[in-house]
Design a protein around this ligand. Structure first.
Ligand code: ITT
Length: 200
């Protein structure tokens, strides 16, 4: 009943640990900080699925445990789906959440509300040391705001506006975000196959 989250992103860890504790009784969740010998894993894929697989397989092999990776990002319609799989590195060398948000707002300068549609996408992939895998997927539609608001969440949350709730993802309680988000959807999608997968 032990898994390793194959991510270094503190925001993802916070959300996934909370959801797993609630949805999978008796699961023990370890992180990469428990395995300091695992060095940065190069994400050489061009799709969320490829990158999720690269991370999960590397960590399952290094630890001998089931590893769960999350590859995710923001796809903006007016930018042809960018930054997409490159969301974490959008502002280049030394990218931070803040710099990425500034770059995105600059890229959309003057683009009217009706053309600021976007979605978050997440592929959640679990891998066993023996080479079995299980995939979950989720997407969350929204619109890019003109300025950041809210202090919750991480990444592009302050500029991701949920039209239904009328707030940004950074203005939501953690549980509300998890109930609606690409990550929550992908995890619940993954967990549908979990009992069968876990037997392998
Ligand atoms: P790991 O590879 O170690 O998991 P990472 O941050 O590099 O961490 P990704 O390559 O999957 O992860 O990049 C995802 C980026 O997409 C992340 O850095 C955020 O900028 C953005 N993102 C993903 N989910 C998000 C969310 O729920 N809210 C805001 N931004 C999100």
């Amino acid at each position: 009943n032990t898994i390793v989250l194959a991510t270094n992103n503190a925001g993802k860890i916070r959300e996934l640990a909370a959801m797993l504790a609630e949805q999978v009784p008796d699961i023990r969740v370890l992180g990469l900080s428990d395995f300091p010998m695992i060095k940065d894993i190069p994400e050489t894929g061009v799709t969320f699925e490829e990158n999720a697989r690269i991370k999960a397989v590397a960590v399952a092999q290094a630890t001998g445990l089931v590893a769960v990776a999350d590859d995710s990002g923001l796809a903006v319609d007016a930018l042809g789906g960018a930054p997409g799989v490159y969301s974490a590195r959008y502002s280049g060398e030394g990218a931070t959440d803040e710099k990425n948000v500034v770059k995105l707002l600059d890229a959309l300068a003057g683009v009217p509300d009706a053309e600021r549609g976007c979605h978050f996408a997440c592929v959640m992939l679990a891998a066993t040391p023996g080479g079995e895998e299980l995939i979950g997927r989720g997407a969350w539609q929204g619109r890019v705001t003109w300025a950041p608001s809210g202090s919750g969440g991480f990444g592009y949350d302050p500029v991701f506006f949920d039209e239904t709730l009328g707030v940004t993802a950074a203005q939501m309680e953690a549980q509300v975000k998890n109930a609606r988000s690409h990550r929550g959807l992908a995890l619940r999608d993954l967990l549908r196959g979990w009992p069968e997968f876990w037997k392998k």
